[in-house]
Write a protein that binds this ligand. Sequence first.
Ligand code: AMP
Ligand code: GLY
Length: 427
Amino acid sequence: MNILVIGSGGREHAFAYKFRQSQLCQNLYIMPGNAGTAQLGINVELNPLKFDEVGQFCLDNQIGLVLVGPEEPLVKGIRDYFESQTELKHIPMVGPGKNGAILEGSKDWSKAFMMRHGIPTAAYKSFSSQNLSDGLDYLNQHAMPVVLKADGLAAGKGVLILNNREEATHELKLMIQEAKFGNAGSTVVIEEFLEGIECSVFVLVDGSSYVILPEAKDYKRIGEGDTGLNTGGMGAISPVPFADEAFMQKVKTRIVEPTIQGLKSEGINYKGFIFIGLMKVGDEPFVIEYNCRMGDPETEVVLPRIQSDLVELMLACGTGNLANCKLQTDPRHAATVMLVSEGYPGDYAKGFPITELEEASGSVLFHAGTKFKPETGEIVSNGGRVLAVTSLATTLSEALETSKSNALKIDFKNKYFRRDIGFEFVS
Ligand code: AMP
Ligand code: GLY
């Protein structure tokens, strides 16, 4: 079968890597892909948001499975477009329609969804320009720290944690009156701050049945010791030591099942991943956020631990046959360390040749922001996050050590990485 992966990051490289291992995969296309995916399949220079062009590509290339990596095409309705076209609607797609992607596309909607279905989450209220003065009153009485969240997609930047009431008031006004996050912040969720430890749980849903994939923990801050600005993710580990059986049982019965039941009861035929960002407060799980896709770099540790045929699993999701699937997982520990460009998540320079890639032994490299330069035959840095270095081992410390030593060897100008991924769990 011919497969199309939509996206261009480490997550999409990891999908391509697993798809390539399957006997079922014939031609593999990645739209638009990166220098890593080009080694596994054919990169396609089309814009995934031009749904008619994506559809025509699928017809021209007899695509039998579409995997949508990032949230934007989902929130903007790529599935809805495919389902509206007679010749496309039979193509199995992993990724929900607009009515499911809203779990990520609107924080106000997803909070109200959790309330409707009794799913544990932080207390909140939403405000817009219509009731800004109520919002300011609400903030005035709110305990500090407080969390302000832009309702819409804000490229991972729309969440502010504020310790100080004046600052919180200022930021709320900036979001609503000055459009600090554009339209995404015209509605703001004001939320209670939860003190705890985070982990992420991934659920594959076929509209009715579901499979829980290995959990992961990512490291979002740029600086060691979890300091500095938030990034897309500087590294990840799986499994997560504190997500033991008792905790995961609570996650399943209090969060996963009510979520899937809730979607069904609201007539949402959700086919794709649900990424549940959790806070463990004491021993209890609370939902911090839903995403309608896999995480990046979490995918780079979750997929290497899946031993089942990933094409089979994705097809079962796309065709509503997950009930017949049994997930086989690798009990070993996976760790990934992300090499980034100095300056990220702010401004950074790119276009620097990446060398010593072949020196990295015992790890799998998933390219994120890389590009092949045909003029020189070089692979160059082409983004903030450049390369994920993933290792599997029987202990977490071994997996981390291997990734770190390879992260040191691989070289490009302005390389930076965190040396302390997994720090809470290793001595
Ligand atoms: P999000 O964009 O929703 O993933 O939020 C970004 C980060 O903000 C999360 O990964 C958490 O670290 C933090 N965060 C979000 N909501 C809360 C909350 N209610 N309490 C504490 N931290 C939060
Ligand atoms: N690593 C967090 C995310 O993918 O949203």
